[in-house]
Design a protein around this ligand. Structure first.
Ligand SMILES: *[C@@H]1O[C@H](CO)[C@@H](O)[C@H](O)[C@H]1NC(C)=O
Ligand SMILES: *[C@@H]1O[C@H](CO)[C@@H](O)[C@H](O)[C@H]1NC(C)=O
Ligand SMILES: *[C@@H]1O[C@H](CO)[C@@H](O)[C@H](O)[C@H]1NC(C)=O
Ligand SMILES: *[C@@H]1O[C@H](CO)[C@@H](O)[C@H](O)[C@H]1NC(C)=O
Length: 449
């Protein structure tokens, strides 16, 4: 019965008649159901998703075992970043509040739409951000079932959003009650530098890239405003367009389900939004800010040291609990990009300098921050012991592998180990060189400009 119903129903459902003639055989197989998803193109403000990366396998390569791992993780979803709210979202909401009539067509729903942003809680972790944090915790537990149970201490800073993220993420661990969340409140002996390097660096400012971003926003925002004008009671400024688009990300992240606003903009308008932010982040926390590698090294160096201690004495050192092999630090959106920049994890394969023109999108850039800094975005560093590890096939050895939002990413300058990992000794040399080059953290940071 069911079978015959399906037989009858299928052709009608699968192919509307008018498409019959134009649809190549099994076209669905070729595109694998490709659909554009704006939530994958919102650097900094989308709910967490796993990045695709380059297709390297996520589990340890054959004959390798992960023996330690350390993650630096951005906090979970908040209601809105203060600055973004003031600059882009609030002015748009203000106009919306005064002009509720006159929305039509695809924008008709805006007559009744309510902002999900709680102004008095702007930078707090949202309930769905807390749920997502626990999910990422579960994912980490599944990935490292032998390491996670020994974690006794995790690090956060003084902001409640990092502390609450730490609390909710570790709820997924079976021994959650034995975990202490240590808050690093001041920069004693440089203790804050790995976690919040930019807050220990006077010379760092969030200003770089603002001018360049504005140029690009003015350009694409103008045309979006013209396209939407027929269905709106007022004219959107380019900055309103950005605020309107941001609400797709924030509303989805706050409510834990896709916002209706996401369907308002076209694919290419989302790609322009994404580019505007990649450009801003490139200048602020990426390859176009000469401070970025300096700010990425403190975390790398501390983890390299930690992983060496484990080697030598079979105890982590620096006062870490004896058997702990899995480390978590909770931070802000700036830090994973600093680490990625210090290693070149998001560099193009060419040696060309990253270029961010302000009059058109650079489609071939490698610097795509939607893959690194959604809420709960992270960089992980794994130490692997491989029995017949090296590419040459001889001997056993230790290797380091980097993970960005679940997907392994090779270090351009060191990828000759199994699964494109880096031999630990070479990694230490690389970090040593980088650190020597960048040991002037204080010299560059204490100069205010
Ligand atoms: C989880 O996050 C919420 C904020 O969304 C916070 O109130 C709560 O204390 C957190 N839970 C834990 C166990 O840290
Ligand atoms: C800072 O480091 C020095 C030497 O490494 C040590 O003697 C001192 O106790 C440390 N101070 C704090 C507050 O950790
Ligand atoms: C990544 O690219 C930047 C230029 O965009 C360059 O300065 C840096 O050395 C590269 N890093 C690596 C590790 O190749
Ligand atoms: C895009 O960026 C790459 C480096 O990331 C650079 O080689 C290329 O010239 C840029 N293209 C355009 C059109 O700006």
């Amino acid at each position: 019965m069911l079978f015959s119903m399906l037989l009858l129903a299928t052709p009608v459902l699968a192919l509307p008649k008018y498409l019959d003639a134009q649809t190549p055989l099994q076209s669905l197989d070729h595109s694998q159901g490709y659909q554009f998803d704006p939530l994958l193109h919102l650097p900094g403000i989308s709910p967490y998703f796993d990045a695709i990366g380059f297709g390297l396998q996520h589990t340890a390569p054959l004959n390798c075992k992960v023996t330690a791992a350390s993650y630096i993780i951005r906090h979970g979803a908040i209601y809105a970043n203060d600055k973004e709210y003031e600059e882009f979202i609030k002015p748009f909401l203000w106009k919306l509040e005064k002009q509720r009539q006159g929305w039509s067509g695809p924008l008709k729903f805006m007559e009744k739409w309510q902002s999900p942003i709680l102004e008095d809680k702007l930078e707090d972790l949202t309930p769905s951000g807390a749920v997502d944090a626990k999910r990422v915790g579960k994912h980490l537990l599944d990935r490292y079932p032998d390491l996670v149970p020994y974690t006794r201490r995790v690090l956060a800073d003084k902001k409640s959003r990092t502390y609450d993220t730490a609390g909710n993420l570790t709820l997924a661990f079976p021994h959650k009650d034995e975990i202490e969340i240590v808050r690093i409140l001041e920069n004693k002996n440089g203790s804050m530098e790995p976690l919040d390097p930019h807050k220990s660096c006077k010379a760092f400012s969030k200003e770089p890239g603002t001018k360049e971003q504005k140029k690009f926003i003015d350009k694409y925002g103008e045309s979006v405003s013209r396209r939407l004008a027929p269905w709106m009671p007022f004219k959107l400024t380019p900055s309103d367009v950005v605020g309107f688009q941001m609400l797709c990300g924030y509303e989805s992240a706050i409510n834990g389900k896709r916002s209706e606003i996401c369907a308002v903009f076209t694919d290419s308008e989302w790609m322009a939004y994404e580019y505007a932010w990649d450009l801003k982040y490139a200048y602020m926390v990426g390859p176009l800010n000469p401070l970025s590698p300096y700010l990425g090294f403190p975390w790398l160096q501390t983890q390299a040291q930690l992983f060496s201690y484990i080697d030598k004495h079979d105890i982590p050192g620096n006062g870490w609990p004896d058997k702990q092999r899995f480390f978590l630090s909770f931070t802000h959106r700036e830090v994973p990009p600093f680490v990625a920049t210090a290693l070149g994890l998001f560099n193009s394969s060419s040696d060309a300098r990253e270029q961010f023109p302000t009059d058109h999108i650079n489609w071939t850039r490698a610097w795509r921050m939607s893959d690194l800094i959604p809420f709960l975005g992270h960089v992980g560093m794994e130490k692997m012991t491989c029995t017949r590890g090296a590419v040459s096939g001889e001997g056993s050895g230790d290797f380091i592998r980097f993970i960005a939002n679940t997907a392994p990413r090779p270090i351009p300058d060191c990828q000759n180990g199994p699964g494109a990992s880096c031999p630990f000794d070479d990694f230490k040399k690389l970090i040593g060189k980088g650190s020597a080059k960048h040991k002037n953290f204080h010299k560059v940071c204490d100069e205010e400009d």
